[in-house]
Design a protein around this ligand. Structure first.
Ligand code: FS2
Ligand code: SF4
Length: 542
């Protein structure tokens, strides 16, 4: 196997024996083959676009298939075997539609003609031949850019899938996914074209995130500042992790009146701010921190656990019977709830002891998404003008296990008292329960939401820039980002598409970026690795 799509890749180079994430070589090969098969769909879909053919079922499938290959989503080989077969069926059905519409669907070779082997072992063997390093003749910079596009598309497909679940879709998003994937097969394209396609990925992602924001806020209302207990309430319990708001709502509905309290874990924390979710009396509080601490935290949770999206890790035996997956998440041997009837998880929660007494704990504030922050824009602008607020820091992104991530905790601790920290995604668990106080009533730590809410952060930055009649780069705002998986890759591409400069990125730079590609990013965007908290603060604030 060879995989270097995430930040924790082995030795900062690539996972070759087994994934640091726990991905087995067979699953890595099947994921590579599924991406290959989806590129085949993309080749046909590009021809379909020329004759006005687009198939909603294919679009949904393509995003689900791609999302399944994100880091920490699906580790179950059997699910990939099914997805690969479905990919080929969708591709052939699409070919027929394209031909019926007068288009061309005749391909001589490549993914558009790929025939899957009849069993898992055969598919694994096929997958081993189509991985990242399959063609050693490819120039490393071109390979780097192609992989950057593929990982950007992985993040984009994830956001498009989240948005579709809430009824929000746009043809332009699917059209780019196909264009970008098909382009990675095109040997006539050079570095400049690929850089353009990578930035276009970021541009299209803004649309996908806008759709997701519309889906979230249109269905559940605009988040409002909300205090969330970190302790627990006596009673039976279900913990919901991942990012999917609709799954959480479904679980809240199905547990109503059953004496079960529902808790969020990881990236689900911001859900407490949505009016249509917080209205449930048994939606109690938040348990635990970021994804990489789940083995310890889940082992101590006295109820059932539902994983709705990334990030799942190998379950310990002690809680293997308590954890359930849904949607695109999978782990071999873990009960998967495909039909959204969460009865197995509810029954498990009823059988487990739950919290036998109230557990006291702190509270944290969530709900500072764009609507809430823009509601206090006049006070914020006034505070900047009268120098009560000197600078804003967006300290956001993914968390992970590396010791170097302590930088983000230290950074927030050292941010001067006349500065405000905006945060989002699971990286915030490094500092989310710190009491940073306020500046004239404006909290110094504002939680915008999940990684899925990056659109909200961008809207806040754009609104501030408009208020001060300047560009985002001219604002007293610095972005200190942490990355881990492919959603972070596409958010970074969106920020670069917007022309945002001087981003500090850590804890390490992507292994799939070659020195030459990095050079392009540095020259055009002055993107830089994080240094020390003290040194970076000094450099930013002067
Ligand atoms: Fe965190 Fe993991 Fe949110 Fe990422 S919970 S690193 O995949 O999606 O951010
Ligand atoms: Fe390694 Fe990350 Fe790939 Fe897992 S997803 S195999 S940790 S590079």
């Amino acid at each position: 196997m060879f995989c270097f799509q995430c930040e924790q890749t082995a030795k900062g180079e690539g996972c070759t024996k087994i994934g640091v994430c726990g991905k087995q070589p067979e699953v890595a090969a099947l994921q590579d083959l599924l991406i290959h098969a989806t590129k085949g769909i993309a080749q046909v879909a590009v021809e379909g676009t020329k004759v006005g053919v687009s198939d909603p079922a294919v679009n949904q499938f393509a995003c689900e298939a791609i999302f399944s290959t994100l880091t920490n989503v699906d580790f179950d080989p059997a699910r990939f075997v099914t997805l690969i077969d479905e990919a080929v069926k969708h591709r052939e059905a699409l070919k027929a539609k394209v031909q019926a519409a007068g288009g061309s669907a005749a391909f001589a070779d490549g993914p558009a003609t790929f025939t899957p082997a009849g069993d898992q072992a055969g598919l694994v063997a096929q997958g081993e031949k189509v991985g990242i390093q399959a063609d050693p003749s490819v120039n490393p910079d071109i390979r780097s850019l192609r992989e950057l596009i593929v990982y950007g598309i992985k993040g984009l497909a994830a956001y498009a899938d989240h948005a579709r679940i809430l009824g929000q879709e746009d043809e332009s998003v699917y059209a780019y996914i196909y264009e970008g994937l098909a382009a990675t097969l095109d040997d006539t394209l050079g570095a400049d074209e690929y850089v353009g396609l990578a930035l276009k990925c970021g541009e299209v992602n803004l649309k996908a995130m806008e759709l997701l924001d519309a889906g979230n806020t249109g269905t559940y209302g605009h988040p409002v500042p909300t205090a969330v207990p970190l302790g627990a309430k006596k009673g039976k319990a279900i913990l919901v992790s991942g990012h999917d708001l609709k799954d959480l709502e479904t679980i809240l509905k199905q547990t109503e009146g059953k004496g079960i309290n529902v808790y969020t874990h990881g990236e689900m924390l911001p859900c407490h701010g949505y009016p249509e979710l917080k209205k449930y009396g048994h939606f109690y509080g938040h348990y635990g921190t970021a994804w990489q601490n789940q083995a310890k935290e889940f082992a101590a949770f006295p109820g059932a656990i539902v994983m709705t999206t990334n990030c799942i890790q190998k379950p310990r035996e002690t809680y293997q019977d308590n954890i359930f997956t849904t949607g695109l998440v999978g782990w071999p041997g873990v009960t998967h709830i495909a039909d959204k009837d969460f009865t197995p998880a509810i029954e498990r929660a009823m059988a487990l002891p739950g919290f036998t007494k109230d557990v006291p704990g702190k509270q944290v504030m969530v709900g500072f998404a764009r609507n809430a922050v823009m509601g206090v824009a006049p006070q914020v602008i006034e505070a900047v003008k009268n120098k009560a607020i000197r600078h804003f820091f967006l300290v956001g992104g993914c968390d992970g296990a590396k010791p170097g991530r302590d930088y983000y905790t230290e950074f927030v601790e050292k941010v001067p008292e006349d500065c405000v920290v905006l945060t989002l995604a699971c990286g915030k668990f490094r500092f989310f329960d710190k009491d940073l106080g306020d500046i004239g009533g404006i909290p110094r730590l504002l939680d915008i939401g999940q990684c899925n809410d990056a659109h909200s952060a961008i809207q806040i930055a754009v609104a501030l820039a408009n208020a001060f009649e300047c560009g985002v780069n001219d604002l007293p705002l610095s972005m200190i980002l942490s990355w881990y998986e492919q959603k972070a890759c596409v958010i970074l591409l969106s920020l670069l598409h917007l022309g945002i400069k001087d981003i500090r990125l850590g804890p390490s730079l992507p292994a799939f970026i070659t020195p030459n590609v990095l050079d392009v990013l540095v020259k055009n965007f002055n993107i830089m690795p994080i240094g020390t908290a003290e040194g970076d603060l000094k450099a930013i604030l002067g």
